[in-house]
Design a protein around this ligand. Structure first.
Ligand SMILES: CC(C)(COP(=O)(O)OP(=O)(O)OC[C@H]1O[C@@H](n2cnc3c(N)ncnc32)[C@H](O)[C@@H]1OP(=O)(O)O)[C@@H](O)C(=O)NCCC(=O)NCCS
Length: 372
């Protein structure tokens, strides 16, 4: 194999065809619809239908998606017990990874054709939200709350976490982040899910693999890592001083940069507009000064722009959500994108099996134990 065909991190390599999302400079389409239009005019449930079934739902189809999610929200008592038994120190993403795998043993959907897997995708979406909320409550010394039928998926997650219905603003913002996070073509976690599906493994295994890939701070873990960074500053001056030091030490600044978008991430722009309003309404404008103290020099001096995780971390923070819920909320949304890709991969499958360039020892003989 020639050196020319090797691209570290598969940068620039086309690894498949998809009809689900188009990620291009300055453009993000879910099945042809611009993300800004979806963010403006539909709900997460409609996006879930678009991704999993190929089109935006009519009212009857939307009602069915909502009813199906509600039908699958309850956790089997064995899952709640298992969540309870995981050591308190376990990070939420690790709990979620293990519990989705465990929930697979209670999968109520029969069969593994495309129709069954569409249904299973909605089951996974409902269960994941309930697992996150149940762990959150148990960690805070409270028993899990039963789901309340009829709430939006976004409101449901907050309701099951806090035991009370969220404000319309909180539900609207969580819904927006769920829409923005739902799909992003061949990113690391989706590619992981597709690779697993390509072996003809099951969709639960693909989602578990996706969660493992998403948790890393270079991927979904960046919303939490970005807020951890911002949280240490008391003022814009402190943030500026930290950033200059980060530049000198060539540190990565979490929530910035992207493999594909080199001139900015559409999703970040959409969310940032809402975040500024939220900060203002909450009387927390000082957070935007700190936010800008990192953002502006990153853009001006480094030409590196915020990705969606940068405004998302602060949005969740201002909504009063604890840090370790941030990446799980990303999963609560992206599960729909992963499942759509698993369905697409299964429909036209060839197992993923790339090559590597061997850089190890030249061929040699096995020495006897006495010579090692
Ligand atoms: C997203 C990310 C993994 C993309 O990685 P990539 O495509 O391999 O980007 P590169 O590492 O090639 O970036 C090119 C240059 O910009 C720098 N850079 C990229 N992102 C940076 C960041 N967040 N902070 C500081 N420098 C950054 C790189 O160090 C590199 O500099 P160099 O040429 O001097 O080595 C990377 O930007 C990153 O680590 N960001 C922080 C984590 C994050 O927010 N992830 C969420 C992604 S949605």
């Amino acid at each position: 194999m020639s050196e020319q065909t090797y691209s570290p991190g598969l940068a620039g390599v086309i690894a498949g065809e998809t009809q689900i999302a188009c990620v291009d400079q300055g453009k993000l389409l879910y099945r042809g619809y611009p993300i800004a239009d979806l963010a403006e005019s539909v709900t997460f449930e409609e996006v879930a239908h678009l991704l999993l079934f190929g089109e935006l739902p009519n009212q009857k189809q939307l009602d069915r998606v909502k009813a199906t999610l509600d039908q699958y929200r309850d956790l089997d008592p064995a899952i709640v017990d298992a969540i309870r038994n995981i050591p308190k120190a376990a990070p939420m993403m690790d709990v979620l990874r293990s519990m989705v795998s465990y929930a697979g043993h209670f999968d109520p959907v029969q069969g593994d054709d495309a129709k069954a897997n569409q249904e299973r995708s909605l089951w996974l979406t409902a269960q994941i939200a309930s697992i996150i909320a149940a762990r959150y409550r148990l960690m805070n010394g409270n028993e899990p709350v039963s789901p309340k039928a009829g709430l939006s998926h976004a409101a449901q997650i907050l309701y099951q976490c806090h035991g009370e219905e969220p404000t319309p603003l909180a539900a609207e913002l969580i819904d927006l982040t769920l829409i923005l996070y739902a799909e992003h073509d061949f990113n690391a976690s989706t590619f992981t899910a597709r690779v697993i599906t390509s072996t003809m493994s099951d969709i639960v295994s693909s989602v578990v693999g996706g969660i493992g890939a998403l948790k890393g701070p270079l991927h979904g873990g960046a919303n939490e890592a970005a807020m951890e960074m911002l949280e240490q500053f008391k003022s814009a001056e402190e943030a500026s001083a930290w950033l200059q030091d980060a530049f000198a030490q060539k540190k990565k600044v979490m929530g910035f940069g992207h493999r594909v978008y080199k001139h900015g991430d559409h999703r970040a722009t959409i969310l940032e507009r809402k975040l500024r309003k939220l900060a203002h309404e909450k009387g927390q404008d000082q957070w935007m000064e700190i936010y800008d103290a990192i953002k502006e020099p990153m853009e001006q001096q480094k030409k590196i722009y915020p990705n969606v995780d940068y405004p998302c971390g602060l949005t969740y923070y201002l909504l009063g959500l604890p840090l370790d819920l941030y990446t799980p909320l990303f999963v609560a949304s992206r599960v729909t994108g992963w499942c759509a890709h698993c369905l697409e991969q299964a429909a036209d499958n060839r197992i993923y099996r790339p090559l590597s360039i061997y850089q190890g020892h030249a061929e040699r003989s096995v020495p006897p134990m006495s010579e090692r």
